[in-house]
Design a protein around this ligand. Structure first.
Ligand code: NAP
Length: 300
């Protein structure tokens, strides 16, 4: 394949190894001081295949970095009120530093009510409005794990964002919106000029083509084609979709929102799927958990 000169794969697995080694050292130090490990719990309602996979990966990463982990399962029939009461218990559990509720939830449960019930001090996914608001104001907060992982990935690869035009495709509360806030704030990485596009945006191809850094977070497999990408752009592919593939034992393969094979050759840097943003999301979750553990035990 004829790649752009010096095209770089932004390898989220490699960056994660680097950050997770730091976390393992911090975790050991925390245990020496407190006699306890940082403790992360994941709440899983039902047993959808992708959610099981994501939660298992999070629990496995806890083991790697020396955290305690708990997987708390509920039947898909759990009522909204029952789930809210379970969240109250986790909020009050002094042995638990952070927890996540794996999304999506069954349709009969209001996801916003659930997120708003989580104590912001334990909201290591960074979904609570208090954390989103503090992050928007540039105050210390748990930033949403996926965009925070992307920030750490950019830092690892020295991707300059200052003064760059970033186009974010997608404005979801857990990816697109916090990504745009993090990149536009007065910090490094940050200080970018950010355009946010969504399903009502017009001339998406023209918009995307203006990007020095293009972040694709739509959830539409291979939506971004080469005509949407400026030569030399940095492309961050957040999308993760399962598409049927009879040649695979699993019957599916994972694809991103970017048509990698045609876009990669014209980029200066690009994240692969899998192995780009996904591992960094988990690493960012671990970093947030480490901070939560320190804050709750008074260790700065
Ligand atoms: P989401 O909540 O469904 O949001 C999708 C966004 O894309 C919305 O803002 C939507 O616009 C916009 N959009 C949809 N179709 C569009 C179109 N044709 N043109 C322009 N904009 C369009 O999804 P999400 O939670 O942000 O996730 C996005 C993708 O990232 C999914 O594939 C998800 O699996 C993946 N993801 C990966 C990770 C990871 O760790 N790798 C983590 C989180 C998410 P409107 O607002 O107008 O509806």
């Amino acid at each position: 394949m004829d790649f752009y000169t010096n095209m770089q794969i932004l390898d989220g697995k490699q960056a994660s190894i680097f950050y997770q080694e730091q976390l393992a050292a911090e975790s050991r130090e925390f245990e020496t001081i407190t006699g306890k490990k940082p403790h992360l719990a994941a709440v899983l309602v039902g047993n959808s295949g992708p959610s099981e996979t994501y939660v298992a990966a999070k629990m496995e990463t806890c083991r790697k970095v020396g955290f305690q982990s708990s997987l708390i399962r509920f039947e898909p029939s759990i009522t909204e009120n029952e789930l809210l009461l379970e969240i109250d218990k986790l909020n009050q559990d002094p042995d638990l530093h952070g927890f996540i509720v794996q999304l999506p939830l069954p349709a009969h449960i209001d996801v916003n009510k659930v997120i708003e019930r989580i104590d912001p001090a334990k909201d290591v996914d960074g979904f609570h409005p208090v954390n989103l608001g503090k992050m928007a104001k540039g105050l210390p907060a748990f930033a949403s794990a996926t965009p925070w992982g992307i920030i750490k990935l950019m830092e690892y690869y020295n991707i300059e964002t200052e003064g760059k035009h970033v186009v974010v495709l997608g404005r979801s509360q857990i990816v697109g919106l916090p990504m745009s806030l993090l990149l536009s704030r007065n910090s490094r990485p940050g200080n970018a000029t950010v355009t946010v596009c969504h399903s009502k945006s017009r001339n998406l191809t023209d918009m995307a083509r203006q990007a020095d850094i293009l972040v694709a977070a739509l959830g539409i497999p291979e939506f971004v084609k080469k005509e949407m990408v400026k030569e030399g752009a940095v492309v961050i592919d957040v999308g993760l979709s399962r598409v049927p593939d009879e040649t695979r034992k699993s019957g599916y393969r994972l694809v991103g929102d970017v048509a990698f094979d045609e876009v990669a050759p014209i980029c200066s840097a690009i994240t692969p799927v899998p192995g780009g943003v996904g591992p960094m999301t988990i690493t960012a979750l671990m970093q947030n958990t480490m901070v939560a553990a320190r804050q709750q035990t008074g260790i700065i």
